[in-house]
Ligand binder design. Structure first.
Ligand SMILES: Nc1nc2c(ncn2[C@@H]2O[C@H](COP(=O)(O)OP(=O)(O)OP(=O)(O)O)[C@@H](O)[C@H]2O)c(=O)[nH]1
Ligand SMILES: [Mg+2]
Length: 668
C-alpha cells in the first residue's frame, strides 16, 4: 500500500470525501455504464448481422471517445496569486503537505499538466527550454519521448516527491541574445531592460513544459489539471493560448486579496479568459488570500463586510456578477485539511468554491457527453429499425401474395412470375442510375479532396513559410499570413458548396427510390464546415493581435520569433484540417452507406420473391411450406425489433438516470 493509498484510507475514516471527488466518481461510473451498454448494442448488431460499416465505425468512435474522455481544468493568473497552492489544497491535501512548489515570487516556471496514464510509471517529465528553437509544437513533442527529461516519482515518500517537483521552479542564466532567440524577451521592451543583470544576462525558465503522471483518484478518472506560470510565460508560449486554454472545460482565474485587481490581472482576463465563451465551458473567478483580511481586532461581521467589499470591486472591474467570484484562502484551506480542522476549513471558504466547481464542471461535461452520445446512438438505432421494418413489410407482402395463390391455377402463377421479374428488372435499371450518381460523387469527392486534403494544406504552409523567409519587412510577413488565411478560407468555402451539392443530389436519389420502389425515404445527414471557418478566423485574430503587439518592430530576433509563431500556428491549422477531413470522410460514408444497405436489402427481397414464385410454379415446393418458412422469418425480425428497442431503452436509461438524479440534487 503506497503512502498515498494509506493517506486516502485514513482520510476516508476521518472525514467524508469531498463532494468533487464524489461527483467525479459518480460521473465516471455513469460514463462506464453508458459505455457497457453501447458496447452491448454494437455486439448485438454484429451478431445479428445488422451492422453496416458506417454504423460500426460510428459506434466504435463513440466508445473510443467515452474511454479517452478527459476533463480539463486550467488555473490561470498573474504570478504569485496562489494557483499552485489552490491546486494543492483542492486536489492534493490527502498528501498532508505541499505537492506542487508554491512560494513567494515567481515559482511555477513552465506550464504544467497533471494527469494519469496507467501505461507509464508515475513521473515528472520536463521539456528543455531550448526546444523553442526547434521545429514542432508541444503537442508534437509529446509524441517524442526522447525530447523529455524524466524523473520517477516515489509515491511512498511525500518528501522525495516534493524534492523532484521543485524542478518546476528551475531557472537558468543566459545572455540576452539566447533569451531573445527562445522568444522569451523583447529587446524593445522596458521590462526587458529592467530584468537584465549587470553582465547583460537574464534568468529564464529552464523548462518549456512539464508533464506530471500521477495516480490521484481524480486524475485516474480522466481529470487533467493545467497549472500555468504568470503572465510573461503565457504571452510567449503560443500553444497555451492557441490550444490548451481553449480546450479546457473549466478555467479558474485567480486574483489575490493582498494585491487587489492589478493592471496585469485585467490584461490577462481581457486577453485570454473573457473571450472564451460557450455554454460548455465553466469559468470561475477566485479571490484568493482572504486570510490577509482576517484582522484579529475586527469582528467576524466586519471581516465579512471587508471581504464582500473586495468581491464587489473585483466584480466591477472584471464586469462580472458578484456571484461568479469566490473569495477563498487556499493556504488556510490546505492547512485545515492537513490538520483536519473543520472550523478553519469553513473559514477558508474553499468548500463553497469546490461546490461551485463541482456544480458547474461536471454537469456541463456530462450534458455535452450525453448529448453527443444520444445523438449517435439514436441515429444507428433509427436506421436499423427502418431496415428491419422494411424487411418485415417485404416479407409480409410475400406472404400475402403467396396466400393469394391458394387454389389458383398455373396461369395466374405464371403471370405473377412475370410481374416479379419485371419488378426486378425495373429495380436493376434504377440501380444503374444510382451507380451513375456514384461516379459523379467520385469526381466531386476528388475535387473536394484537392481543396480540403492535407497535401494541399502542406504545400500552402510551405509557400507561406518561403514567402515569410523572403520578406524582411513586417508588411511582407503580414501579407504572407493574410494570403495564407484567405486561401484556406476559399478552400473551405469551395468544399462547402461541393458538400451541399452532393447532399441535394442524394436527397433526390432517395426520393426517386422511395417513389418508384417503395424504399424508405431517408433524410441524408447534413454536414457543415462552418465551425472550421470560425476556428480559422479565431486563429487569424490571434495572429493579428500578436502581430500588433509583438511583431510590429522587426528585429532579427523578432523575425525568428515570427517564424516560430507561424510554425505553431501552422501546426494548429493542420490539426483543424485533419479534424475537418476526418469529419467529412465520415459524413461521406454516412451519406452513401444507408442507401447501399437499403438497396442490398431490397434486392435480396426481390430475388427471394421471384425465387418463391418460380419454385411454386415449377412445383418443387408446396405453397404451405413456403408460407410457413416466411412466417418463421417474420418472427425472427419481430424479435430483432423487440431486442433492439430493449437495448436502446437500456442505453437511454443509463444516460438519463443519473442526469435526473443530479437535477434532483440541484433543486433540493
Ligand atoms: N496568505 C496567503 N498566502 C497564500 C495563499 N495562497 C497562496 N499563498 C502564498 O502566495 C505565494 C504564491 O503562491 P503560489 O501558489 O506559488 O502562486 P502561483 O500563482 O502558483 O505563482 P506562480 O507559480 O509564480 O505563477 C506563496 O508564498 C503562497 O504560500 C493564501 O490563501 N493566503
Ligand atoms: Mg505556481
Amino acid at each position: 500500500m503506497s503512502l498515498y493509498d494509506r493517506a486516502l484510507s485514513s482520510e476516508l475514516t476521518l472525514m467524508k470525501p469531498t463532494t468533487l471527488v464524489d461527483e467525479f466518481e459518480h460521473y465516471s461510473s455513469w460514463r462506464d455504464a453508458v459505455f457497457v451498454r453501447i458496447e452491448a448494442l454494437r455486439n448485438w448488431l454484429a451478431a445479428e448481422e445488422l451492422i453496416d460499416p458506417d454504423a460500426e465505425l460510428r459506434l466504435n468512435q463513440l466508445l473510443e471517445r467515452l474511454q479517452e474522455d478527459t476533463l480539463n481544468v486550467a488555473f490561470v493568473a498573474e504570478f504569485s496569486r496562489g494557483k499552485s497552492e489552490l491546486i494543492n489544497s483542492i486536489f492534493f491535501s490527502d498528501y498532508r503537505q505541499r505537492v506542487l512548489p508554491s512560494a513567494a515570487g515567481r515559482t511555477t516556471m513552465c506550464p504544467t499538466e497533471l494527469y494519469y496514464n496507467p501505461t507509464h510509471r508515475p513521473s515528472l517529465r520536463l521539456l528543455p527550454i531550448d526546444t523553442r528553437t526547434h521545429e514542432g509544437s508541444i503537442a508534437d513533442f509529446k509524441h517524442n519521448a526522447d525530447a523529455w527529461i524524466e524523473f520517477p516519482l516515489n509515491l511512498d515518500s511525500a518528501d522525495e516527491m516534493s524534492a523532484v517537483l521543485i524542478h518546476l521552479a528551475d531557472t537558468m542564466h543566459v545572455d540576452a541574445a539566447t533569451a531573445e532567440s527562445y522568444g522569451l524577451i523583447n529587446p524593445n521592451d522596458e521590462e526587458t531592460a529592467r530584468t537584465l543583470t549587470r553582465d547583460g544576462g537574464i534568468a529564464i525558465p529552464r523548462w518549456r513544459h512539464a508533464l506530471i503522471n500521477f495516480p490521484h483518484p481524480l486524475l485516474k478518472q480522466g481529470l487533467v489539471i493545467l497549472d500555468t506560470p504568470g503572465l510573461n510565460a503565457i504571452g510567449t508560449e503560443p500553444e497555451l493560448t492557441l490550444n490548451m486554454l481553449p480546450s479546457a472545460h473549466a478555467v479558474l482565474f485567480l486574483l489575490a486579496a493582498d494585491t487587489g485587481v492589478t493592471k496585469s490581472d485585467i490584461e490577462i482576463w481581457r486577453q485570454y479568459i473573457a473571450p472564451m465563451q460557450g455554454a460548455s465551458r465553466a469559468r470561475l473567478v477566485v479571490l484568493n488570500k482572504i486570510d490577509g483580511l482576517w484582522d484579529e481586532l475586527k469582528t467576524p461581521a466586519e471581516i465579512d463586510a471587508e471581504i464582500a467589499k473586495q468581491v464587489a470591486s473585483s466584480a466591477a472591474q472584471l464586469e462580472l456578477p458578484m456571484a461568479q467570484i469566490f473569495p477563498v484562502s487556499a493556504q488556510k484551506a490546505l492547512v485545515a485539511k492537513v490538520r483536519n480542522d473543520p472550523e478553519l476549513l469553513a473559514r477558508s471558504r474553499l468548500p463553497e468554491l469546490e461546490a461551485a466547481l463541482t456544480q458547474e464542471l461536471i454537469p456541463c461535461k456530462q450534458a455535452l457527453v450525453s448529448e453527443s452520445t444520444q445523438a449517435a446512438v439514436e441515429d444507428v438505432v433509427i436506421k436499423t429499425t427502418e431496415l428491419l421494418e422494411t424487411r418485415l413489410a417485404n416479407i409480409q407482402d410475400q406472404v400475402d401474395e403467396l396466400q393469394g395463390l391458394r387454389g389458383k391455377n398455373r396461369d395466374v402463377i405464371q403471370a405473377m412470375m412475370v410481374k416479379a421479374n419485371e419488378d426486378k428488372q425495373h429495380f436493376d435499371r434504377g440501380l444503374q442510375q444510382f451507380n451513375a450518381l456514384r461516379n459523379v460523387f467520385a469526381s466531386q469527392v476528388e475535387s473536394m479532396r484537392k481543396r480540403l486534403g492535407m497535401q494541399n494544406l502542406r504545400s500552402e504552409v510551405r509557400r507561406t513559410r518561403q514567402a515569410m523567409e523572403k520578406s524582411h519587412f513586417s508588411y511582407g510577413l503580414r501579407e504572407a499570413m493574410g494570403h495564407f488565411f484567405r486561401q484556406i478560407d476559399s478552400d473551405l468555402v469551395a468544399s462547402s458548396s461541393i458538400i451541399s451539392e452532393m447532399r441535394s443530389m442524394m436527397t433526390a436519389m432517395y426520393q426517386k427510390f422511395s417513389d418508384e420502389h417503395g424504399l424508405a425515404a431517408v433524410n441524408p445527414p447534413d454536414h457543415s464546415l462552418r465551425k472550421y471557418r470560425k476556428e480559422m478566423a479565431r486563429l487569424e485574430r490571434i495572429f493579428e493581435e500578436r502581430f500588433n503587439t509583438v511583431f510590429r518592430m522587426l528585429t532579427v530576433g523578432q523575425h525568428q520569433l515570427t517564424a516560430r509563431f507561424f510554425e505553431t500556428l501552422a501546426s494548429k491549422v493542420v490539426q483543424v484540417f485533419e479534424l475537418a477531413n476526418s469529419e467529412t470522410e465520415s459524413w461521406l460514408k454516412a451519406l452513401i452507406a444507408p442507401m447501399e444497405t437499403q438497396i442490398r436489402e431490397h434486392k435480396t427481397q426481390l430475388k427471394r420473391r421471384l425465387d418463391s414464385v418460380s419454385r411454386i410454379h415449377a412445383a418443387t415446393e408446396t405453397l404451405d411450406a413456403r408460407i410457413a418458412e416466411l412466417e418463421a422469418s417474420i418472427e425472427t425480425v419481430v424479435d430483432q425489433l423487440d431486442n433492439l428497442a430493449r437495448i436502446n431503452g437500456h442505453i437511454v436509461d443509463a444516460i438519463t438516470t443519473t442526469q435526473s438524479r443530479e437535477r434532483l440534487a440541484r433543486t433540493a
